[in-house]
Design a protein around this ligand. Sequence first.
Ligand code: G3P
Length: 216
Amino acid sequence: MQFFIDTADIDAIRELYATGLADGVTTNPSLIKKSGRDFTEVVTEICSIVSGPVSAEVIATDVKGMLSEGRKLASIAGNVVVKLPLTIDGLKACKTFSDEGIKTNVTLCFSANQALLAAKVGATYISPFIGRLDDIHIDGLDLIREIRVIYDNYGFETGILGASIRNPLHVKECALAGADVMTAPPAVIKALANHPLTDKGLAAFLSDAKAAGISV
Ligand code: G3P
């Protein structure tokens, strides 16, 4: 499963990307707002650090506007993935971009039928929002499981990109459900390495090494 970093924080991207754990980046208008920086400038800088896919979202809601903004975003760098909302206009724009070979990430997916539509128009990625479904008492992971079955039934090549990931359990469940990618905030990705028994075991080893006068 690939890992994308869900942030527009350049320092966090630089730090995490250097570990080799991350394969790409996803942004959205809320994350860009949080960064406090200019949209194009931030996306350009992210693409200079990350060679994998970098999702940048259109803000137009009509096809014409989405096509114009998407082409502008795609011209920033070869690894930009145009993020489009799961609306009829977003799907129309996705179809055009698919035909033109421009990579797309169809976002704000909350149902298996929506994911089916995105695959039919050739989306590169579909982003089911796990955490936001959990927020309203619907198991977000069930959605990933359903999409996996549907895509495998028909051989759709659209990548399932688990989004709105809030904790390490979401990551494990996405991997078990066969998501192709998951995108999570840097803190969640780093937390995957944590285990109290690792900390406890390491402390014991270090203490014994000191007592035995071991040096390497
Ligand atoms: O990738 C989409 C993600 O940024 C949304 O996350 O936590 O705002 O639901 P959240």
